[in-house]
Design a protein around this ligand. Sequence first.
Ligand SMILES: NC(=O)c1ccc[n+]([C@@H]2O[C@H](COP(=O)([O-])OP(=O)(O)OC[C@H]3O[C@@H](n4cnc5c(N)ncnc54)[C@H](O)[C@@H]3O)[C@@H](O)[C@H]2O)c1
Length: 210
Amino acid sequence: MDKVLASAAEAVALVPDGATVMMGGFGLCGIPENLIYALRDQGAKGLTIISNNAGVTEDNLMLRMSREAWDRVLGTNLTGVFLLTQAVVKGMVRKRYGRIVNVTSVVGLMGNAGQVNYAASKAGLVGLTKSVARELASRNITCNAVAPGFIATAMTEKMTDDAKAKLTGQIPLERLGTPEDIAAAVAYLASEEASYVTGTVVNVSGGLYM
Ligand SMILES: NC(=O)c1ccc[n+]([C@@H]2O[C@H](COP(=O)([O-])OP(=O)(O)OC[C@H]3O[C@@H](n4cnc5c(N)ncnc54)[C@H](O)[C@@H]3O)[C@@H](O)[C@H]2O)c1
């Protein structure tokens, strides 16, 4: 892996040099259509690793959740992954090599009150991951997911100290995870060493979910 990138625009700029890139995902709301076409072209030029990492939350109890909040979260977290993966996969098929790593969440496995849209999107991502793994295994393309627990990032920054303390109390390893904990799992699944691993969900949650 040459470099971990923050945006697909950076990936598009890099790939013409033949670099192998690992990129974050982009949700439906953020994807210009020409980016999908550009990625399809770059896929043809040798993109072999994609990590779909972008994700959003818009929490509310189901009774109060708007249709728009449902659509936005599903659009970014699930439809976005479908569109971007579909865009790059043709090139991988041609190359007979690929690594797809989707970032889901333990919330997609265990559910969470107030996150019906987010949990559904992340559970959907597990189904997408396993189906893509089955469809593409014969082409030497693996597709796996990483399910983070609670990780100290901007996404969890919004929580009150009280909510964070309560949550940490439920984590056997007694701390929030770090982005590095997740990156290590993604890097493994994207590596040569993981060539016999496909369709799996690696739970990186300090034991919150087991
Ligand atoms: N932080 C956690 O505790 C936690 C737990 C489980 C899963 N996750 C998942 O990990 C991934 C990364 O989350 P994070 O904690 O770093 O969140 P974050 O909010 O810090 O970062 C999310 C990133 O996604 C990008 N993004 C969102 N919508 C986009 C769009 N439409 N187009 C392009 N980019 C877009 C944002 O710009 C941001 O850089 C997400 O998929 C999230 O659901 C996070």
